[in-house]
Design a protein around this ligand. Structure first.
Ligand code: 5AD
Ligand code: SF4
Length: 438
């Protein structure tokens, strides 16, 4: 029996790619094992969004350098593979496979080449119309399924490697997306998370020609699916019709992740984000005016080249204006082949660190306030687990918040996968606590 081990770094797109890669390998007769030591084929599905993420894979490969002689094949998949290409072989000569996400359809052929003794095999072309569709995806979570609707990215944000690592935008046909949603429902999934680097620019390539809002409308009607989420949105392509679709359809969850990156229009311009602060705020206002109680989350980069104290202040007061439910914040990290390499006015490391700390502290107080507003409400939670240490069930709300709760008349049966109404009794900066009421 041929065995493989896979470790995944990076975003949900990568996590789902790995689920598809695992299914593809199993269909080729491989079986998955839990440790690299016991595997014939050791795969790393990599991320290169920031320098730290990229370094991780090379440190992993270093650890197992000596195992190459033992007949193991090492493979680097994903964004570092695409970005570094043949340079991976120079940095880690024991690697045998380098394959970017746009080439996963060819994995079966590449495996055959490796099995018949090829020393170095690559899949690095980005000139593709392909999306990686497979009936074999091995999904990890039994209730919530990822579903890719669009791959790649056509934007050119000055800091970002993704257009280079994942290639141009390719949408799947609406027919194939809806078919997959139906088969997920039949397999027992109740929540679907639509994935794409920029879901808002989804365009059905078939004659039906649906846009993203039309797709959302249809997703909301798939029998058995109780929750639909989507990520990630680009503010430039985020139209009012998406909020309208959410207003009309309770299956669409009360949550939008809308990365802003900076609160300063001057910095946004240098980042090539294609919107101003005012244009971004208009989208926030649509959401705040919606009858749905939409949670809003974002991504922010501090210390982008040329960011002044005043620019940073603009980001800080944007936090107050938006009242985010959660923020993912990062120090700017210089990346290969990105447009921002032309900027020389770098922000010193200690300034970046101080800004990140100040931003995170401010956001913490905002979150305490945001979550406190939920105390006293009843929210539906999808039960995802049980915490033995605290005796609490772990649930997730439509707003994508963690809601830990107890069940007063505990029946002893597992609640995992069920939807329960929970009264929120307490709150913290990162989660809610409550008691089930049904
Ligand atoms: N440096 C720091 N953060 C980055 N991101 C993307 N590229 C970089 C970079 N070069 C952040 C953005 C993006 C999130 C996924 O990662 O905020 O939305
Ligand atoms: Fe990392 Fe971006 Fe690639 Fe996702 S798409 S794995 S975040 S570099």
């Amino acid at each position: 029996m041929k065995t493989f081990y896979i470790e995944t770094f990076g975003c949900q797109m990568n996590v789902h790619d790995s689920e598809k890669v695992i299914g593809t390998l199993m269909a080729e007769g491989y079986s998955q094992v839990a440790t690299p030591e016991s595997a014939d084929l050791v795969l790393y599905n990599t991320c290169s969004i920031r320098d730290k993420a990229e370094q991780k894979v090379f440190s992993r490969l270093q650890q197992f350098k000596k195992d190459h002689g033992a007949g193991k094949v090492f493979g680097v998949l994903g964004c570092v593979a695409q970005q570094e290409g043949h340079r991976v072989f120079e940095k880690a000569p024991h690697v045998g496979l380098v394959c970017g996400s746009a080439s996963y359809n060819s994995l079966p052929q590449m495996l055959v080449q490796l099995e018949s003794g090829a020393r170095r095999v690559t899949g690095l072309s980005l000139e593709t119309e392909d999306t990686f569709e497979t009936p074999f995806a091995r999904r990890d979570n039994p209730h919530r399924a990822y579903l890719t609707i669009i791959e790649g990215c056509d934007k050119a944000c000055a800091y970002c490697v993704v257009p280079m690592t994942r290639g141009p935008e390719r949408s799947r046909t609406s027919d194939s997306v809806i078919r997959e949603a139906h088969s997920l429902a039949e397999a027992g999934y109740t929540e679907i998370q639509l994935l794409g680097q920029n879901v808002n620019s989804y365009r059905d390539p078939s004659p039906a020609g649906w846009d993203f809002a039309a797709l959302l409308g249809a997703m909301g009607k798939v029998p058995g699916i109780r929750r639909v989420r989507f990520t990630t949105s680009h503010p430039r392509d985020f139209g009012k019709e998406i909020i309208d679709a959410m207003d009309e359809n309770p299956v669409l969850c009360n949550h939008v992740h809308l990365p802003v990156q900076s609160g300063s229009t001057r910095v946004l311009d240098r980042m090539q984000r294609l919107y101003t602060r005012d244009e971004y705020m208009r989208r926030i206002e649509w959401m705040k005016r919606s009858p749905r109680n939409i949670a809003i989350t974002t991504d922010i980069i501090v210390g982008f080249p040329g960011e002044t104290d005043e620019d940073f202040e603009a980001t800080m007061n944007l936090l107050d204006e938006c009242g985010y439910d959660s923020v993912f914040s990062f120090k700017y990290s210089q990346r290969p082949n990105t447009p921002a390499l032309r900027y020389e006015d770098h922000v010193p490391e200690p300034v970046k660190s101080a800004r990140l700390t100040a931003l995170q502290e401010k956001q913490r107080t905002i979150q305490i306030k945001q979550n406190a507003a939920a105390v006293g409400t009843v929210q539906e939670a999808l039960v995802e687990g049980f915490n033995k240490a605290t005796g609490q069930w772990i649930g997730r709300t439509s707003q994508n918040k963690t809601l830990n709760f107890i069940r007063p008349r505990e029946g002893g049966e597992s609640l995992i996968g069920r939807y329960l109404d929970v009264q929120v009794t307490r709150s913290g900066p990162n989660s809610l606590v409550g008691e089930s009421v049904n």
